[in-house]
Design a protein around this ligand. Structure first.
Ligand code: HEC
Length: 121
């Protein structure tokens, strides 16, 4: 009987793992843009203006992790990691409550500055 429970436990944890990885699959840059940047009430805007809740700040940080882990359709690869990494670092500072972090994030999430260099047509 003990074996059975052990087997069941393994089975369930494997199941959870598979389920989790399906939901946590990396988002593409386009998906990140739609989920966190586009629109007047975007997560980005909320975090930068200081209106975001702690959960929203974390959700935005999570999106930026996917952003950095992608490769940009245009521009130099290392420069992309630096530019997107700056946004990620600033968002991490916002989550941990560092002073001046929102200003830093605002600068690092300048839409046009980044699109001019890394966004394709
Ligand atoms: C760190 C760089 C970076 C910043 C900052 C950034 N973007 Fe983007 N964005 C990109 C890249 C790269 C693409 C092109 C993605 C592709 O074509 O695969 C893109 C594409 C988009 C798209 C098109 C998505 C689609 O489905 O084609 C929208 C909309 C967008 N960005 C909105 C914004 C807005 C609004 C902001 C500012 C609040 C912003 N982005 C800031 C890098 C950035």
């Amino acid at each position: 009987m003990r074996r059975f429970y052990l087997g069941l436990a393994v089975f369930l944890s494997l199941g959870c793992f598979t389920l989790a990885s399906t939901f946590m699959e990396k988002k593409t840059i386009k998906q990140v843009m739609k989920a966190g940047f586009a629109g007047d009430s975007s997560l980005c805007k909320k975090v930068v203006t200081g209106e975001a809740t702690d959960d929203e700040k974390k959700a935005f940080l999570d999106l930026l992790i996917d952003l950095v882990e992608n490769d940009a359709p245009k521009g130099d690869e290392l420069q992309w990691k630096t530019a997107s990494g700056k946004a990620l670092l600033a968002a991490a500072k916002v989550v941990s409550g560092r002073e001046g972090a929102t200003a830093e994030l605002k600068e690092a999430t300048n839409c046009k500055a980044c699109h001019d260099v890394f966004k394709g047509k």
